[in-house]
Write a protein that binds this ligand. Sequence first.
Ligand code: FAD
Length: 408
Amino acid sequence: MSQGAVVILGAGHAGGSVAAFLRQYGHQGPITLVGDEPIAPYQRPPLSKAWLKGEADAEGLALKPLAFYAANGIDFRGGSTAVALDPRARAVKLSDGASLSYDALILATGARAISLPVEGGDLDGVLSLRTAADAEALKARLGPGKTLVVVGGGYIGLEVAASGRALGAEVVVIEREDRILARVACKTLSDFFQAYHVKQGVRLELEASVVGFGGDGGKVRAVRLGDGREIPCDVVVVGVGARPNDELAAKAGLECADGVVVDLDARSVSDPNVFAIGDVARRPLPIYQRLFRLESVPNALEQAKQAAAAIVGRPRPPAECPWQWSDQYDLKLQIAGYALDNDNVVVRGDPQAGRFAVFYLKGDVVRSVAAVNSPPEFMMGKQLVLTGAPVDKIKLSDATVSMKAVSA
Ligand SMILES: Cc1cc2nc3c(=O)[nH]c(=O)nc-3n(C[C@H](O)[C@H](O)[C@H](O)COP(=O)(O)OP(=O)(O)OC[C@H]3O[C@@H](n4cnc5c(N)ncnc54)[C@H](O)[C@@H]3O)c2cc1C
C-alpha cells in the first residue's frame, strides 16, 4: 500500500487528474496539490471554443467540483506558487513561505504562452490565451463591430478566429508562413482550413510578420506589419506557441531539454522521486523512438496515469496513441500520431464535402491520421498507428470501403 507524501506542483489538467488517479489507484498517504491560479483544476480546451462563444459556463470548465478534493483527502492549495525545489532535502518552498516535504514530487506546471518581443506588446488589449482569466479578458472585448487580430495561424489561433466570427467580430489572422497550420499539417489540410476560414469571413494575411503594435491612451489600436502596413484593431490575440514552465526543475539540477526529461513512467531521468507530466514534460514515445513535449489533454491524462501507477506500485498502463483535436466552426479535426518519417500520403473522402481524412504512411504503415468530421477514420487510424499493422493503400483511399476492411 502506498503511504508516502505526494506533492503535486501545478493544479491544471495533469495535476488535477494525477491527484484523482492516485486516490483511485489506492494511494493512502497525504496528497498536496499546489496551484498558482486561484481556482480548482479546469479544462483549457473550451477557453478558445465553447466557453469563449458563451456556450459553456465556469462550472462546466472544472475537472471536478471543488468539494471533490477535500472529500478525497487532497489538500488543494490554490493561489500558491512553488518558488524553489530542493531534491536532496525532498522539499518545495512556496511563495507564502511554507515548505512542503515529499516522498514523491509531481511537476505538472504546464506551459505558458510565448509573447512577442515587439514594440507595444504590453499595450492593453494585446492578449494571449492560456488561462480562464485570459479567456475572460478576451471575451469581454469581442462582439459585433469589434476587430480581432489573431497573430499565428495554429490551432489555438484558428479556434479563436472561429469563435470571434461566431461572436460577430471582424477577424484578421496574421501568419508568418505561406500557409496556416504550416508547422503541424500537410498542404491539403492547410488549404482546406484556409478556404473554410475565408468562406466564414476571416481575412488571412500570409507571409506577414508583426513588427509592433500601435496604441492610443494605452490601448492597442493597430498591428504593424513588416511591409509597413497597419491593421486597425480593438483586440489582439498572440497565439504563437508555448514554452514549458520547467525553470524550477532546471534550477534544481533536473535534466531539462525544452521540458523536464522523463521515462515511460513519467519519472525524471535525474531523480527517481520526481515525476513530470503534461505540457511541462519531455517524454518518450516508443512508436517514434524519440522524445516529445506534447501539449494535449490526452497526453496529460496518459502521463497522469503513468505517474500515479508508478507511485502506488501498479503495473505501467498500456501505451496509448498520442492524439488531439481542434474544433473550428462546424469542423471537428481529430489527429492521431505524428507525421514523421512518412514517405507517402493517402487522402480518403472529399475535402469539398467537408468530410475527409489524410493518412501519413511510411511504406504501408500508418504513422499519423488527420480526420475532418470523420470519426471512424480517426478511431481506426489511431489503432493502426498504435499497432503498426500494414494497410492496403488502394482500399484506404476508397471511402466506400469500410475502415475495418483496409488492413493488408
Ligand atoms: C486555449 C487552449 C485550447 C486548447 N485546446 C486543446 C484541445 O482542443 N485539445 C487538446 O488536446 N488540448 C488542448 N489544449 C492543450 C491542453 O489544455 C493542455 O495540453 C493541458 O492543459 C496541459 O495540462 P497541464 O496540467 O500540463 O498544464 P496546465 O493545464 O497549463 O496546468 C499547469 C498549471 O500549473 C500552474 N503553475 C505553473 N507554475 C507553477 C508554480 N511554480 N507553482 C504553482 N503552480 C504553477 C499553471 O498556472 C497552471 O495552472 C488547449 C490549451 C489552451 C490554452
